[in-house]
Design a protein around this ligand. Structure first.
Ligand SMILES: [Cu+2]
Length: 178
């Protein structure tokens, strides 16, 4: 019932809503949504996003990120708040994103021989600090990476984790830990 209510609320409020959903025990899921469009000499547009972006949890809660339908992989990468891109230029010149992708073993040509899908505490399915990062796959690349990943939030009460997708750096979210 609660899930239904939340879904209806989300539908009513639409994309880009700033509502903070405090999940019930079974309902801390962040869904990756959106699509992209390119028309030469006309427009480039992408609506990939974390839904919801802001989430409030308790330390020790589990959160699931899922990518049911977008055609691309994404990362969930904890960064310092000051490293979050805030403009188109920041997105295209995202140096922290390059550092994260390099740490994952991903170069301009894609995954290399040192490809590592989980970094830091994410290797133990925990999110706690800057540097923790994991990749999530797409159903268009079956078997390459999981399309649903659950992590335990082990950051201290009172802290906030800021994260982005290092592949599409306008995708940004926060986990506020109560
Ligand atoms: Cu992404």
């Amino acid at each position: 019932m609660r899930r239904f209510v939340v879904l209806v609320l989300s539908a009513l409020l639409g994309a880009g809503s700033s509502i903070v959903l405090v999940g019930a025990d079974s309902d801390r899921t962040i869904t990756i949504r959106g699509d992209e469009r390119f028309v030469a000499n006309t427009i480039i547009q992408a609506t990939f996003r974390f839904s919801p972006g802001p989430l409030v949890v308790k330390s020790g809660d589990a959160v699931t990120w899922t990518n049911p339908a977008t055609p691309e992989p994404h990362s969930i990468s904890i960064v310092n708040q000051g490293d979050l891109p805030a403009s188109v230029e920041d997105v295209f010149m995202c140096s922290v994103c390059n550092d994260i992708l390099t740490a994952h073993g991903i170069g301009p040509g894609g995954p290399g021989p040192s490809f590592t899908p989980v970094l830091g505490n994410a290797a133990a399915h925990q999110l706690q600090a800057v540097g923790d990062s994991f990749l999530i796959g797409s159903s268009s690349m079956p078997g390459f990476l999981p399309t649903s990943v659950t992590e335990t939030i082990t950051a201290q009460s009172g802290s906030t984790l800021y994260y982005l997708c290092a592949i599409h750096p306008w995708m940004q979210g926060t986990i506020s830990v109560n």
